[in-house]
Design a protein around this ligand. Sequence first.
Ligand code: PSV
Ligand code: MN
Ligand code: MN
Length: 426
Amino acid sequence: MKIDKGQLGDTNKTGITEHNERYDFLAYTLLKKGKDVNAIVKKLQDFQVAIPSWALGAGGTRFGRFGFQGEPSSLELKIDDVGLIHSLTQSAGAISLHIPWDVPTDYNAIKDLANSHDILFDAVNSNTFQDQKNSKESYKFGSLSNTSKAAREQAVAHNIEVVKIGEKLGSKSLTVWLADGSNFPGQTNFQSALQNTEDSLKDIYKTLPEDWKMFIEYKPYEPNFYSTVIQDWGTSFMLANACGEKAYTLVDLGHHLPNTNIEQIVSTLMLKGKLGGFHFNDSKYGDDDLTVGSVKPYALFLIFNALVYGMENNPQNPYPAWMIDASHNIKDPLEDLIQSLEAIQEAHAKALLVDQKLLLEAQLNHDVVKCQEILQDAYRTDVRPLLQKARLNRGGALNPIDAYRSLKVRENLIKERGANSVASGL
Ligand code: PSV
Ligand code: MN
Ligand code: MN
């Protein structure tokens, strides 16, 4: 199904008067504070987040999976789903493919389809954390870090192949996330595992097209529970530096030990020009992959404050690639993604409201109370009318979840695809 612009316009009529009143009041208040409201709305309109091809069906856990009816059973249908989200939210203008879960068959047809939805191909993700059918070498004991040269070579070759696939789609970056590590003390030699990883990454990096970037994702644990080769931002940063200027660190919000100060990591990386990509999600305990902003919205705002500061003050850092990396176990995946996009834009908008000049002044005066007041004044502002305005300006929905439900999107998908349709690739 495709969202009909006329129908969407009709659903937008409900609530438009209330929106106008709330927007006018907010714009007036912000204007009095010296904010350029139009510039903020424009920034929100331009902020596009990639949807991962693996997040459009129900994810499940190692204890089971509860399917969601009408899931997309092919890459084409996944692109259609991103198209639906994008029509409503106007902030999901890209898809990120995981290879080999989602290898296109007809590249031109896939590109035309994405184009018809106004969707670009973001980073391509390699997968050396699972053994693929008919592969000669096993990744059970690692991929790029494996003590076996043949296994390392196979993993390097896979990454090079993923870049080739990405090139045919117009992607410009490769994300490498490794599950490599060990489950028990003594199982591996930390130094040789790291050295092998660095050498393998360099082999991949050497083949990277001129205008491509390589993102190195880190994660402290899982699936290995004693050690992980690329366990933290420092290790990723070190490897990115060893590879060269086209290699960057990728921050996934769920890939930190509890209470880690992620906003400080973001700031450090941007200062050094090495924050390449970002995976949004939320968590209570570990890599929970929950809806963005559902558990720690204030932490998300503080992270966005660091991101906005970096985007405004660190020309040495390229514009980061944004992606949602979440899993949906009990919610409709599309509704969950819409909620995540809303939370991202909300934190972004609030961060754009932080009065950086006043904050700097308060910092220099060591006025700790004032510093907090400034941040929290921005955080406590209800910015939802700004998000609505940005969506309406681009032809999206006033209230995406309400529109999704009133247009009966899921019901239509079930009719088209059947109740038992299972997301492909997983
Ligand atoms: C690993 O936990 C991760 O965050 C990486 O980004 C993977 O590519 C993705 O999840 C999907 O498994
Ligand atoms: Mn991730
Ligand atoms: Mn993860």
